[in-house]
Structure formats: C-alpha cells, structure tokens
Design a protein around this ligand. Structure first.
Ligand code: SAH
Length: 251
C-alpha cells in the first residue's frame, strides 16, 4: 500500500515525534472536504525549521482537524539568502510574481513603491497565502516572508552593504546578467525589478550609483515585470544559487 502523503501543509508549530498539530480552519477544510482525508490519512508537514514530517490525521471536528507527527522525512536545509524587491503591479501579475519567486527559492519578498508605481496599496495577507500555497506545492521546506510594503528609498536607506543589490536595469546601463553573475557564489543578495512604467530616469541614475548595486541587463527586449523576475531569478539560481547542486531538489 502506498502511504506516501499526497497532501503537504505548512504549519506554524514545532514538529517532533508525537507532536499534535491542530490545523487552522482553512487548512482543515482543504484536507477534509477538498482532499477528502479520513482518520489515518498521511499528510506531510513542514514549518520552516524542523524539516519535513510524515503525520497522520487523528481527529476531526466540525471546523477543525488534528494531526500527529510520526517521523521526519527530510532535514531542514540551508537555503539561499535571496530577497526580491518588486514594485507592486496589477493583481494577476503580482500573484504570478509571488508564486514564481517562491518556486524559484527567494527567502523574502519586499513590495516597494517606486516613482512610477501605479498601485498604492498591497494586500500582504493575500500575498502571504499565495506564497504559502506555492511553498506547499513545490516541496520547499520554508515559506518566504512577505514584508510590509513601503517606499524603495526607505528600504535602501537602511541597507546593509554586504547584501548585493542586483538591479534589473531596462535602460541598458547594466552588464549582461550572465557576465555580471559569473564567478559570484552565494552570499546575501537581492534582486530589484521596476514597475510596468519602468524606473524614472533620475531614480535609475541614483540606483546605479549605490555602492552595493550591480546593474544588469536581461537582453534587448523589454520584459514585463513578472517575466523579468522569473528570468533574473532563474539566472541567479543557475549561476550562484541552489540550482548548482547536483540532482537538485531533494535528498
Ligand atoms: N515601461 C518600461 C519597462 C518596464 S519593464 C519601459 O518601457 O522602459 C518592468 C521592469 O522589468 C523594469 O523596470 C526592469 O526592472 C525589468 N526589465 C524589463 N526588461 C528588462 C531588460 N531587458 N533588462 C533588464 N531589466 C528589465
């Protein structure tokens, strides 16, 4: 009988042998009514700290469900310290940015307001739910944090200089990304993508002058912000990040 879990859930509680895990309402609903789990159904759990665990459903109530963790399936692994700074864009595209950045292994997402950012508000809670669902689906052992949206200037004012800022520079002011990343290995990094309206000229000039900034180009075509995010993260992971590990994903 195949008892490998089909459902994988992030839970914000410690995981250890025999640890009981009470699911919140939406996860219980998903498990019981969408996946039709029954008492004894195996479920994989992760919490961003204790690796991945095999658990089973032990109790249900009208609105809730309780699991018990049985054994560890995977150890927690170190992950790239890679942030994504992105100007909020329209709903469908911002959802894509968060989902794809999660699959591509960013550790933190920062919605930042730039001069030409059209959106004025961000629903961080909704973005957190998207990140969590993407992490559950892609077998990550962590969920990236979604920071509160704020002005780009403010974030850069408090920047720690040892974190390289890879600036996606649509103005042609940067080196080709593969050339800029060649020979770099890991270390704290952040990728910054502009809004659909692009960076303002003066803003781009100021960004290029930052000592920790590394302006890069993604070829001769102007990409949509969500495409630029996917392209840049793919290059980074392949050249400096965790795509360099043989066999890739899982132990
Ligand atoms: N409206 C702008 C384009 C903005 S594209 C214009 O026409 O100039 C949105 C963002 O994606 C840009 O701010 C930049 O960060 C990134 N981007 C798009 N194409 C790029 C390219 N070829 N090289 C580097 N960055 C790019």
């Amino acid at each position: 009988m195949d008892i490998s879990p089909k459902v994988r859930l992030f839970v914000d509680v410690p995981l250890a042998v025999g640890a009981p895990v009470a699911l919140e309402q939406s996860q219980a609903h998903y498990l019981l009514h969408v996946m039709r789990a029954e008492i004894g159904t195996p479920v994989a759990l992760f919490n961003g700290q204790d690796g991945e665990w095999a658990a089973r459903l032990t109790a249900t109530s009208k609105r809730g469900a309780t699991l018990v963790a049985d054994r560890q399936l995977r150890l927690q692994q170190p992950e790239p310290d890679l942030w994504l700074l992105f100007a909020p864009v329209k709903r469908a595209r911002i959802d894509i940015i968060v989902e794809k950045a999660t699959e591509l292994g960013v550790s933190a997402l920062f919605p930042v307001f730039t001069r030409h950012t059209a959106m004025t508000r961000v629903n961080e809670e909704r973005l957190r739910a998207i990140a969590q669902e993407a992490a559950e689906q892609c077998e990550r052992l962590s969920v990236p944090t979604v920071q509160t949206a704020g002005p780009l200037d403010g974030l850069l004012a408090g920047w720690q200089g040892d974190r390289r800022l890879i600036l996606l520079d649509e103005g042609g002011g940067g080196r080709p990304i593969a050339e800029a990343l060649a020979g770099q290995t890991g270390g704290p990094a952040a990728i910054l993508v502009g809004p659909e309206g692009g960076f303002a000229k003066s803003e781009l000039d100021a960004l290029r002058r930052l000592s920790f900034a590394c302006p890069v180009g993604l070829g001769p075509r102007i990409l949509r912000a969500d495409t630029a995010v996917i392209a840049a993260l793919s290059c980074y992971q392949a050249m400096c990040g965790d795509w360099r590990t043989p066999s890739g994903v899982r132990s």
